[in-house]
Design a protein around this ligand. Structure first.
Ligand SMILES: C[S@@+](CC[C@H](N)C(=O)[O-])C[C@H]1O[C@@H](n2cnc3c(N)ncnc32)[C@H](O)[C@@H]1O
Length: 445
């Protein structure tokens, strides 16, 4: 580590760091946001250099199929036959040329030098070929006009085709127009400021502005979460505004009759359970469950003392043969609604794996219903707008049960506009500025 820091000129440390982050994502299946702190530490980056690294790496991850289409137009070789690291270097160069205010010559020269220094133990001819190729392609890019209108939406906005189709179907199904599709794809490619949920009082926090909908939300415009005392001491948690609205909607729902027990069935790492635990009335028991011990451990750090934590498979009802007044099922899902915040996620999802989750979602929803008392409510939630994981799951379970009625969930989102024609709520990044959370309200009758 030390040795590498000395080899590379300090001005190129952010680019080296971005290249390394891309390699970790590509070769080791790393999550960019989790690998980032370790990479920034290794290259001793902070402040503006760290921000530059993040913009570079995340920008490339978000736009890579557009950049590949551009690079291919300027390459005499088929890109599939080019070393993956060289492709990453080309993407980094194109992002600087097209999306950042880096002068063309600086983008070309620094990427050519990346092609030289990032390779170890190769012969001089190989290094020369790498540098020559990067130079030639990027110089061509700076001189070319690209008509991106000729590209498919998937290429232009760097989404897999099945995901573009899933968004289009969901927009139409939820009463939005087809023309919203491009706005949504663009919103998925726009970095979202971090948001926190304030758990105590009505605090003003320097470096933040109030959220758009949730009175607990503060958007971090000039600080990063760990710079805030409130985040460090746990009186605020990092949480998208859509998730805050979901937790608040769960709290606003009204079971009939007196209440004594609430359940969050898939609660780790505990964001929604934390807000719920803050609002549990005296005399009400709140149980929060997750399949994975490490997620229960994470949850234990943020939920209030009113919550009892359990580890187990919610389909087997580790809480035993008992009935709750309110049950939250924030189901394991594709996460297609949070692409803004997880830049590499869009390349990892497959349609097959996503559809395979729907069986689990249905089984969990049936377990939720079986653990709800008559007059009690069930909130079925996903961080995905994909119809197969949302409407289709709820409708399929409703067909199998005669003891459940759907209710209009829009009433639980007071003040939030553009909630469609119900009865379910679908939030959208391009409409609400939140992750695309889905919320269905069911009542056991
Ligand atoms: C969407 S996340 C929940 C997020 C959480 N509600 C929050 O706000 O932080 C889904 C969770 O379901 C858990 N899970 C997956 N299968 C499960 C099962 N069969 N029983 C219980 N939990 C499960 C996962 O470990 C994951 O933590």
């Amino acid at each position: 580590m030390e040795e590498e820091s000395k080899i590379y000129p300090s001005s190129d440390q952010p680019r080296m760091a971005a290249l390394e982050l891309l390699r970790l994502v590509r070769d080791e299946g790393a999550y960019a946001n989790l690998a980032l702190p370790q990479v920034l530490r290794k290259y001793k980056l902070n402040g503006r250099d760290a921000a530059f690294t993040v913009e570079l790496a995340y920008g490339v991850l978000r736009n890579q199929s557009l950049y590949d289409a551009m690079a291919q137009k300027c390459s005499s070789r088929a890109l599939v036959a080019v070393e993956p690291e060289i492709i990453d270097i080309l993407r980094l160069g194109i992002h600087q040329i097209y999306a950042m205010r880096v002068p063309d010559h600086a983008a070309v020269d620094t990427c050519a030098s990346l092609a030289r220094v990032s390779v170890k133990g190769k012969d001089a001819g190989h290094i020369k070929a790498r540098v020559g190729f990067v130079n030639a392609v990027l110089r061509c890019i700076t001189k070319s006009e690209f008509d991106i209108e000729t590209l498919s939406l998937g290429e232009r906005y760097s989404h897999q085709d099945w995901i573009v189709q899933a968004f289009e179907e969901s927009l139409v199904h939820n009463g939005l127009a087809e023309r919203d599709l491009e706005t949504l794809l663009r919103a998925n490619n726009t970095a979202a400021d971090p948001v926190i949920a304030v758990r105590e009082g009505d605090q003003e926090i320097v470096g933040t502005i109030p959220g758009r909908w949730s009175n607990q939300a503060r958007v971090l415009t000039d600080v990063i979460p760990l710079e805030l005392d409130q985040v460090r001491d746990g009186s605020a948690i990092v949480q998208d505004e859509g998730s805050q609205l979901v937790a608040q909607a769960f709290l606003l729902a009204k079971p009939t009759g007196p209440e004594s027990s609430w359940l969050d069935m898939c609660a780790g790492p505990g964001g929604k359970a934390a807000l719920i635990s803050d609002a549990v009335p005296d005399g009400v028991e709140f149980i929060a469950v997750d399949l994975h011990q490490h997620r229960v451990d994470l949850m234990s750090k943020i939920v209030g003392s009113s919550a009892q934590l359990l580890t187990g498979d919610a389909r087997e009802r580790p809480w035993g043969n008992r009935f709750f007044d309110r049950v939250l099922l924030d189901a394991p899902c594709s996460g297609l609604g949070a692409l803004r915040r997880r830049p590499e996620a869009r390349w990892r999802k497959t349609k097959r794996e996503t559809l395979a989750l729907t069986g689990l979602q249905e089984e969990l929803l049936l377990a939720a219903i079986d653990s709800t008392r008559i007059g009690g409510i069930i909130a079925y939630v996903t961080c995905s707008p994909y119809i197969e994981e949302t409407w289709a799951v709820v409708d399929s379970v409703l067909q199998a049960r005669t003891d459940i009625q759907r209710e209009d969930a829009r009433d639980l989102f007071p003040g939030v506009s553009d909630l469609g024609s119900g009865p379910y709520v679908q939030l959208w990044p391009h409409v609400h500025g939140t992750d695309a959370m889905f919320f269905a309200l069911l009542r056991r009758i």
